[in-house]
Write a protein that binds this ligand. Structure first.
Ligand SMILES: [Zn+2]
Length: 336
């Protein structure tokens, strides 16, 4: 018997839930290898940031270990990272790319420090600047799902990172990975709304508040991100038909239909992916939730290689894309 036959034979003894775990592990492994398979190199562009042309640009020695350039047309002197996300960074684009890859793969900051020799603080800011850049990318090319889309909410226990548990705290600290103490939905649970296109794996993912989403919440989350006429499969929660009216979608409740087409397997798979990533990151502060949601969007089914994504994040010259300390601490916080 070959390896595959042996594994399939062993699989006959597995329960459905164990089979699902196995499939998720295999998908994670495939995603991981795909992410590292690309061999495209980041090529620093040297157009003048003022004139936007390279016809008068010459090399002008090195500054902070980076190639410097001089534009003879306007006199501007600059390094390769001027006006990019990497502007002012002491680290090479290769280090940034490693941080990006690890962020997408769900490597925790502590584990990252084992193989990248930089300080915890520097790494924290690099990771968060990358997440801000993913948000910027979403601004310029917003998620747009169409055709067959599966939508559902998932709930994660409120991450506790950064929370102090004094004698006045309303509940005791919880060990990571254990379920919230109250049954069902409670104020310890945070809702993430998700809609994933079955075929492409592109998705809309956002958190608005803790509890079940209201009609206003889903309208706010999905407006501009789901194409008119989309077949929107749900589990029948009453906010979705209302959303369908607003956005012009064909909303169907899979529980009322028969046949394997009417399933929420894709969105359930996405929810397992999100929960596994949360576990891998070892908890993230609640206020950064929507930043991490952008990471999940980029990492799920990896529709782009790390190099392609790095180019879109690191090489775009736009002063609005240069994020500093205050942005990391203040921009787009999730407040509940
Ligand atoms: Zn110039």
């Amino acid at each position: 018997m070959g390896n595959i036959e042996r594994i399939l034979a062993a699989g006959n003894n597995l329960s459905d839930s164990d089979l699902k775990i196995l499939v998720n592990k295999i998908m994670d492994r495939l995603n991981h290898e795909k992410a590292f398979a690309s061999s495209v190199k980041i090529v620093p562009r040297m157009e003048c940031p003022v004139c936007h042309t390279s016809s008068h640009v010459v090399r002008n020695g090195h500054k902070h270990g980076k190639q410097a350039f001089l534009c003879r047309a306007c006199g501007k002197s600059y390094v390769t990272t001027s006006n990019t996300l990497l502007s002012g960074s002491h680290y090479s684009s290769d280090v940034w790319k490693t941080v990006l890859a690890d962020t997408l793969m769900g490597v925790s900051l502590d584990d990252d420090l084992q193989h990248i020799r930089i300080s915890h603080t520097s790494l924290f800011f690099m990771r968060h600047k990358i997440m801000l850049a993913l948000e910027d990318l979403q601004e310029v090319s917003p998620a747009m799902v169409e055709e067959v889309v599966e939508a559902d909410e998932t709930y994660i226990p409120e991450p506790e990172k950064g929370t102090k548990f004094g004698p006045d705290a309303k509940r005791k600290p919880r060990k990571r990975g254990t379920p919230a103490s109250k049954r069902g939905l409670s104020d310890e649970q945070i809702c993430i709304c998700t809609a994933v296109q079955r075929k492409s794996g592109d998705l809309v993912v956002k958190s608005e508040n803790r509890a079940r989403p209201s009609t206003e919440d889903v309208v706010d989350i999905y407006t501009g991100h789901v194409k008119k006429g989309t077949l929107f499969l749900t589990d029948g929660m009453n906010v979705y038909p209302k959303l369908g009216k607003v956005l012009g979608l064909s909303v169907m409740n899979v529980k009322k239909e028969t046949g394997s087409f009417f399933s929420l397997n894709t969105v359930n798979n996405l929810h397992s992916f999100i929960k596994n990533r949360y576990y891998d990151y070892r908890g993230v502060a609640t206020k950064y939730l929507n930043r991490y949601n952008m990471v999940f969007r980029a990492a799920y089914r990896m529709r782009m290689s790390v190099d392609e994504l790095a180019e879109k994040l690191f090489l775009v010259r736009d002063p609005k894309r240069v994020h500093h300390y205050d942005d990391v601490k203040e921009l787009n916080m999730f407040a509940v």
